[in-house]
Design a protein around this ligand. Structure first.
Ligand SMILES: [Zn+2]
Length: 508
């Protein structure tokens, strides 16, 4: 079977960083295809939230002072229970180690209880069978210093963008003409010093996020003005009550989730919107589900949290987006520590807004899109990416590298580039090889320039998914491509070439 990770490395989507120096787990570099695709996935989220939901975009530093994390509780509580081998020094997440060794779910247990299980069950180092030390709380934030000398202060790489949006809340509220709900979106890197990340793009020490914070009136969470638009969407759901008995989701309408009081309208609305966004990205809906966090797994700041999860063949359960009701916890904490007033005047009433957070990962969906879109078709492997997220939209090549064909092909490439298409030019191989390359890059359409192109001023467009071909006049190309990207039917946009004829031609 074709392997996503193998193609990713070979074609230049992404690969482990620092590889010339033995590497370091938890860091990946995006290559020419991956970086472009990541940008397009971000754009899809950005366009939805800015255009459809009226959010505004901000950008805060990723390196911060210490205070925000004292206020948020991260200094105190953003920890994983860790245990080290006394012989070889390898560190492990204590809960995961117990789960792997004896298959017991220890979520919610305290340090003492965890320590006792490890001792009672005589769990040793999986690597060298050495004796394990004491369990301790390990903070996942990267710490550094800002400035030199005696007056340097502690700095942290942010573990989430959220706090950097909460701090300027009052200013953003004023800039937004004192309206609630107020939606703020922020894209950027966040950092977690994971103990031993081994899941590729799914568990990174440095990762990309798109976090949307909705500041709403405290009583508005059960009333989203556009809820009726999504209420009939049917999705597989796993509530926290369900999880006491089963891991199998049940099909439910979004509206039912609210009616049966499993979740608030605001949370449910954005679960549905996220679901739709993942459909647009090309993620396989058969592998998706909505899951509510159990009480013992929920973060300290949240009253209710739901994820959209992807069940990956490579990595198991992957959380793609987390939607949390953070109440007024964060604003209150910042108000307490900074002594700055975070209250707003709402029709004569002084309130601290409630925050509904929609926190997207970017690296994870990119991987899930790749896993979902990988197709094997006899001798051919390709990614069936939707044109909205594929790294390139179209590739141009000459049938042969002689008789003026490269020159004509280049001029068509330049013309399409000037029209704003994400277009690639390639002439370094036989036509079969060029197609194969673009199939593995997930490019939806390839344009071939042949001898007829010079005489009749037309070209062949080949459809990646079914390998069908149409013949189109060069001057009509931009319009035809636009039609294709807007969903017009391939066969209606040009003269269809018989499959056999197309194949003979490409073997020439
Ligand atoms: Zn060891």
């Amino acid at each position: 079977m074709a392997d996503v990770l193998d193609i990713a490395k070979r074609r230049g989507f992404f690969w482990p960083s620092f590889e010339i120096y033995q590497g370091c787990s938890g860091f990946y570099t995006y290559g020419p295809l991956g970086a472009l695709m990541k940008l397009r996935i971000e754009n899809l989220i950005r366009e939805y939230y800015m255009i459809q939901e009226g959010c505004v975009l901000i950008e805060a530093p990723i390196l911060t002072t210490e205070d925000p994390w004292v206020a948020s509780g991260h200094i105190e509580s953003f920890t994983d229970m860790t245990i080290e081998c006394q012989k070889c020094g390898e560190a492990y997440r204590a809960d995961q180690l117990i789960e792997e060794k004896i298959g017991k779910d220890v979520e919610g247990l305290g340090l003492g209880e965890i320590q006792k299980i490890i001792k009672d069950k005589k769990i040793t180092c999986p690597k060298c069978s050495g004796v394990l030390g004491n369990v301790y709380d390990y903070n996942l934030m990267f710490k550094t210093y800002i400035g030199p000398g005696k007056n340097k202060i502690s700095g942290y790489l942010r573990p989430e963008t959220a706090q950097t949006t909460y701090m300027p809340f009052k200013r953003l509220y004023e800039l937004g003409r004192r309206k609630l709900p107020l939606g703020i979106i922020q894209f950027g890197k966040s950092f977690r010093n994971e103990i031993s990340p081994r899941k590729g793009l799914v568990r990174l020490r440095e990762f990309s996020q798109a976090e949307v914070q909705f500041f709403i009136h405290p009583k508005q969470r059960d009333n989203h003005p556009r809820f009726s638009e999504v209420k009939n969407l049917k999705v597989p759901v796993l509530t926290k009550q369900d999880q006491k008995k089963t891991q199998k989701p049940r099909m439910m309408k979004i509206g039912e989730l609210v009616k049966k009081k499993f979740a608030s309208e605001f949370i449910t609305y954005f679960l549905a919107r996220s679901w739709q966004i993942y459909m647009q990205m090309g993620i396989d809906p058969k592998k998706l589900r909505l899951r509510q966090h159990k009480d013992e797994e929920r973060c300290f700041y949240s009253k209710d949290t739901w994820d959209v999860e992807f069940l990956s063949d490579n990595y198991g359960r992957i959380e793609l987006v987390g939607i949390a009701d953070r109440t007024d916890y964060d604003l209150k904490r910042h108000m307490g520590l900074s002594r700055q007033d975070m209250k707003v005047d709402w029709n004569g009433e002084k309130i601290i807004p409630r925050v509904i957070e929609v926190a997207y990962g970017i690296d994870r969906p990119l991987f899930c899109v790749m896993e979902s879109c990988l197709r094997e078709d006899r001798d051919r492997v390709y990614f069936a990416f939707p044109p909205r997220v594929s790294p390139y939209q179209v590739a141009v090549f000459p049938l042969v590298r002689k008789n003026g064909l490269p020159k004509l092909a280049r001029s068509i490439f330049e013309m399409l580039r000037r029209c704003g298409f994400l277009v690639l030019y390639d002439e370094t191989g036989s036509i079969g090889r060029l197609y194969y390359r673009q199939d593995e890059a997930g490019t939806p359409y390839c344009i071939t320039i042949d001898y007829d192109s010079k005489k009749k001023e037309d070209v062949t467009i080949r459809n990646r998914d079914n390998q069908k071909q149409i013949r189109v006049k060069i001057k009509k190309l931009p319009g035809v491509l636009r039609g294709l990207f807007e969903g017009e039917k391939f066969e209606t946009l040009g003269r269809v070439i018989k499959q056999t004829a197309g194949k003979q031609k490409s073997r020439k």
